[in-house]
Design a protein. Structure first.
Length: 528
């Protein structure tokens, strides 16, 4: 299909869903939750994508800039709420409980997903690459959508003070989930280079900070350069910055969500126009969100039916973990913030864009979890806050069906685990039966080798003892020879001394004889 026509079709669907006047209907909880979940837009995307093939892979590839813009806009809306003056007022205990809850959900979700890949091997090739996929599932499970939670709280008529507390708790959950997703991208990058330069973990952080900081500083410079605060000009500057951040995030594999969230967090903390920016982001969000949901529905993929029970099991683990934190960690708001909204979908679509060969399986898993969370959000919040409200009949029916499906999925997983254990046991017995003779031969061979090694060690020990005895005997003989040499040396010294004394006496005798001879010759001459 022509990409321009596809883009026009997506934009028309988004505008029709958000701008066209709807017939006058009585406001009810069912209508609010259905609109918040975006089920009609998702179904439209499924029909245009996998159903009719209008939005095929080639067309979706051409619509990547629109998808990146939608992800970046959701990230910008989230980042616009990260005001330091608001975050610093949150007590440390609240931060600690949010971190505890997020860590528990992350660990249990990742371990459960890993176990599911062992129980159902068909899930292993669809959640690829493994480490980033599992961490993305964990990060998406940690997220609680502030907008979705606020909508459910407003429908249940939660008091203002509690609604604000729920909003802060959902915001903290989203912060920790986004951090885990960013860590997953930095830990295992699909493309290890950017502009010909190799990217490591430190370089990835530097690129993320530089991209988000550059976009934020550019907006601050443009807004101060204009100085008039014109809403139309401010809106164009905002759109340009979100497009720039989304493009840089997609090109550098940093995720448009991360870059736009960091950029908008920088802008709202430094710009005096933060209220206008937040208003523009919120006013434009429905149209962008509608187009994003249509594209999300077109990106869905179901290569194996194991994704459905796997998503339900992961949703059950998420709810049970939050209940445990509420029960034993005394965090009453842990179970009340079950609703998720569009942030997990943005994270999953970012994963799908960055890891292009992974398909839409992970997005399908996350979407099923979001739908399940949205279906049980109202009764779970009412139960957690001990509210006495009259819920529509369909909420109880949907909750009961959801719990039944979750229980059935857990039962299926348990039966599959038992069957796998029995199969492993039979395989072990067959292997033992087939490998028994070989193991016996190996044991005999090992015994023979051990005996030969002992004999060799004994021979070596005997040879070593003989060498030691020979060395001792040689040392003894050398000692005797040394003593003999000393005696001979003493005797030779004494003999030399005696010979010298004898020679001296002989010389003296010869001298006397010569002297006497001379005396006698002198007397004879005198007589004559």
């Amino acid at each position: 299909m022509n990409p321009v026509l596809a883009l026009a079709l997506v934009l028309v669907a988004g505008l029709a869903a958000t701008r066209l006047p709807l017939p006058h209907l009585r406001r009810s909880l069912s209508l609010d939750l259905a609109l918040a979940a975006g089920a009609p837009l998702l179904l439209a995307g499924v029909a245009l994508g996998p159903g009719l093939g209008v939005l095929d892979h080639a067309t979706l590839g051409a619509l990547v800039p629109v998808t990146a813009l939608g992800i970046g806009w959701i990230g910008a809306v989230f980042g616009a709420r990260l005001e330091w003056r608001v975050l610093r007022r949150i007590p440390r205990d609240t931060w600690g409980l949010a971190a505890l809850q997020g860590g528990a959900v992350l660990v249990l979700t990742v371990l459960t997903a890993r176990l599911l890949t062992r129980v159902a091997p068909a899930l292993a090739p669809v959640w690829r690459p493994t480490v980033p996929a599992l961490l993305t599932l964990g990060g998406a499970a940690m997220v609680a959508g502030p907008g979705a939670v606020a909508l459910v709280a407003r429908a249940l008529r939660v008091p203002t003070a509690r609604a604000r507390a729920l909003d802060r708790a959902a915001l903290l959950d989203t912060v920790f989930g986004a951090l885990v997703f960013a860590f997953a991208l930095g830990l295992s990058q699909p493309h290890r280079s950017f502009a010909g330069v190799a990217l490591g973990w430190v370089h990835w952080i530097a690129v993320a900070v530089a991209a988000s900081g550059g976009a934020g500083v550019l907006f601050l410079w443009l807004s101060r350069l204009r100085g008039d605060g014109d809403p139309s000009a401010l809106g164009l500057d905002l759109l340009a910055v979100v497009l720039l951040g989304a493009g840089m995030g997609y090109a550098a594999d940093v995720s448009p969500f991360v870059v736009c969230a960091l950029s908008m967090a920088l802008i709202v903390n430094l710009s005096p126009l933060r209220r206008r920016l937040q208003g523009l982001l919120i006013s434009w969000e429905p149209s962008v969100h509608a187009a994003f949901l249509v594209v999300t529905g077109a990106l869905l993929d179901l290569p194996t039916w194991w994704l459905v029970p796997a998503a339900l099991v992961l949703g059950l683990v998420r709810v049970v973990t939050r209940w445990a934190v509420m029960r034993y960690g005394r965090a009453r708001l842990a179970l009340a913030t079950v609703a998720q909204g569009s942030v997990p979908l943005a994270l999953a679509v970012s994963f799908n864009l960055i890891y292009a060969g992974s398909g839409g399986s992970l997005l399908t898993t996350v979407l099923l979890g979001v739908v399940l969370a949205q279906a049980i959000a109202a009764p779970v919040m009412a139960r957690a806050l001990a509210l006495r409200v009259m819920l529509p009949t369909w909420v109880g029916v949907v909750s009961a069906i959801s719990l039944a499906i979750i229980a059935l999925a857990a039962l299926v997983v348990a039966v599959a685990s038992v069957i796998s254990a029995l199969g492993i046991r039979r395989f072990t017995r067959a292997l033992e039966h087939l490998a028994g003779p070989a193991i016996q031969d190996v044991r005999q061979l090992i015994g023979t080798i051990k005996g030969e090694a002992d004999a060799l060690a004994g021979t070596s020990r005997d040879i070593r003892m003989r060498i030691v005895r020979a060395a001792d005997a040689a040392e003894h003989r050398l000692s005797d020879l040394d003593a003999l040499v000393e005696v001979v040396q003493d005797e030779m010294e004494e003999t030399a001394i005696d010979a010298a004394a004898t020679l001296r006496n002989v010389r003296r005798g010869l001298s006397l004889w010569q002297w006497g001879r001379k005396v006698l010759k002198g007397k004879k001459k005198r007589r004559k």
